[in-house]
Design a protein around this ligand. Structure first.
Ligand code: ZN
Length: 497
């Protein structure tokens, strides 16, 4: 604790503490409440809050007293104390008037770079965003994710607002849990309720199943939709019997679920929450007409959403560019964007990282009002830094990822051509970062993050990579920050944000 002496003395005297050989001071974090001064620092690879003075804030922080100060770990308790005294550290909703970007940070260390990236841009960051799948694979909790965002915002002195997305939630118990924790954004994943078997059914089968629905339900849909044209900017949507029956069967149950969740949780929430509907994680591509059908039903039932994520034509695979027919994509994206505008919510683009060839199209038709989610690409930028500064660690992780790739296919749909990856022993240390410019090796790392970060030595039980990985990253914080500013900044440039 000796190393903090100077920081404490300066803080207690109301002076700005300076970075020394042993302690990095994040000057932007410096705050004062009554007579307590508080600042974020780093010693070695660990971060702390240092407080000095007296009063309620000082007393509520937990930590070790030294002289007139207190050295406080980045614990959940201390995160809640920051939330209480500094309102900007709490996540907030943004509604539909400004673009938002989901910046999932699997590691809990990317947010400072993300904050720097979005400064002075026409977009607000959703810093906390982690699906249940990612949490499970990394042994993290929603609380860990929120705490990491709180500390990052405090460290950067970032006061322009950020959001926290309980991402791809399917179960009501998880919704309740996330809202209790203070999440400001809820992505409801309706893939369990969307029927994928209808796409392959015959007209007769569809007709028969529809005929079996209760009479009042059939009438509810037929009276409103059948053979009635709906005019939307540049687009007429019309349902004949076959298309109406199909959409009712594919989406009917999912829409009932959306309505239930809205009435039960969103309408009753005591603060504004951004509500996103996700119908993207299914085998069924969302035709513009199907998108309209879902949106019109939400409107009729009084369900307000801030964004909706369709499944677009072609493939949005993780961490690589768009795969598919760009002409078709442009036509459908245009229609999806018009439908979203018509109903007054933002179109949401999932697996939105690295889709450089279609970003200009997305930017053009959404006109700067969209939500876009990225996550794994931020981890890949961390891997790029590892490849630059710790080639030996990179090589060991690469080999391990190759050996364990197959295990990830139960969680992720990716199709990398692993034979196209240049063998490690033919690549010089200086060229290792180029693996992160290659689709197949990007995907190899993209999906093996959980396996790599939880890998243990079979002999000692110690972490194989985790400790060294985080130590390397924390010792190269600025390199990671610059990599994110460059990479995510390129996304925003092409989207026109
Ligand atoms: Zn999704």
């Amino acid at each position: 604790m000796e190393q903090f002496q100077e920081v404490v003395v300066n803080l207690a005297a109301g002076k700005i503490p300076k970075t020394t050989d042993s302690v990095t001071v994040y000057e932007s974090s410096l705050e004062k409440v009554d007579s307590t001064h508080i600042v974020m620092v780093k010693s070695g690879t660990e971060k702390y809050l240092v407080a000095a003075g007296e009063g309620a804030l000082f007393n509520e922080l937990e930590g070790e007293n030294i002289g007139q100060g207190k050295i406080c770990g980045l614990t959940h308790h201390n995160s809640k104390v920051l939330n209480k005294y500094f309102d900007y550290t709490n996540p907030q909703a943004f509604g539909t008037e400004i673009a938002t970007m989901g910046l999932g940070d699997r590691l809990g260390v990317a947010s400072p770079g993300h904050i720097e990236t979005v400064k002075n841009r026409k977009v607000k960051p959703i810093l906390a965003q982690q699906s249940i799948r990612e949490l499970t694979l990394l042994n993290r909790t929603m609380t860990d994710v929120l705490d990491a965002a709180t500390f990052a915002v405090f460290q950067e002195g970032y006061k322009d607002g950020y959001g926290a997305d309980a991402d791809h939630i399917k179960l009501e118990k998880d919704i309740e849990y996330a809202l209790d924790l203070g999440f400001s954004f809820l992505t409801l994943d309706c893939s369990e309720q969307i029927r994928n078997d209808i796409e392959g059914a015959t007209t007769d089968e569809i007709h028969k199943e529809f005929a079996d629905l209760p009479v009042d339900r059939k009438e509810y849909f037929e009276n409103h939709y059948l053979n009635k044209p709906f005019e939307i900017e540049g687009l007429t949507v019309k349902f004949d019997e076959a298309s109406l029956h199909k959409n009712v069967l594919v989406y009917g149950e999912a829409i009932d679920f959306m309505e239930h969740v809205y009435n039960e949780y969103l309408a009753k929430a005591d603060k504004a929450i951004d509500f996103e509907i996700s119908i993207d994680e299914t085998e069924t591509v969302t035709a513009p007409e199907a998108h309209f059908f879902v949106a019109e039903e939400l409107r009729r039932r009084g369900v307000t959403v801030q964004s909706l994520a369709p499944r677009f034509c072609g493939e949005f695979q993780k961490g690589i560019d768009y795969i598919g027919d760009i002409i078709q994509f442009e036509k459908e994206l245009h229609e999806h964007a018009e439908i979203a505008k018509y109903f007054g919510y933002k179109l949401s683009i999932h697996s939105g990282s690295d889709k450089f060839s279609v970003f200009p199209i997305i930017g053009k038709y959404t006109e700067g009002l969209l939500h876009i989610k990225t996550a794994g690409t931020n981890w890949l930028e961390a891997i790029r830094v590892i490849a630059q500064v710790n080639p030996d660690l990179y090589r060991r992780m690469h080999v391990y990822a190759q050996e364990h790739f197959e295990e990830t296919l139960k969680y992720y749909h990716v199709t990398p051509d692993l034979d196209s990856v240049v063998p490690l022993d033919e690549t010089s240390d200086a060229d290792l970062p180029t693996y992160m410019d290659h689709d197949a090796s990007r995907q190899l790392f993209h999906v093996t993050y959980g396996i790599l970060l939880t890998a243990k030595s079979s002999e000692s039980g110690a972490d194989l990579f985790r400790t060294e990985f985080f130590t390397t990253l924390m010792n190269n914080e600025n390199a990671y920050r610059s990599a994110l500013v460059k990479h995510i900044g390129r996304h925003l440039d092409l989207l026109g944000l």
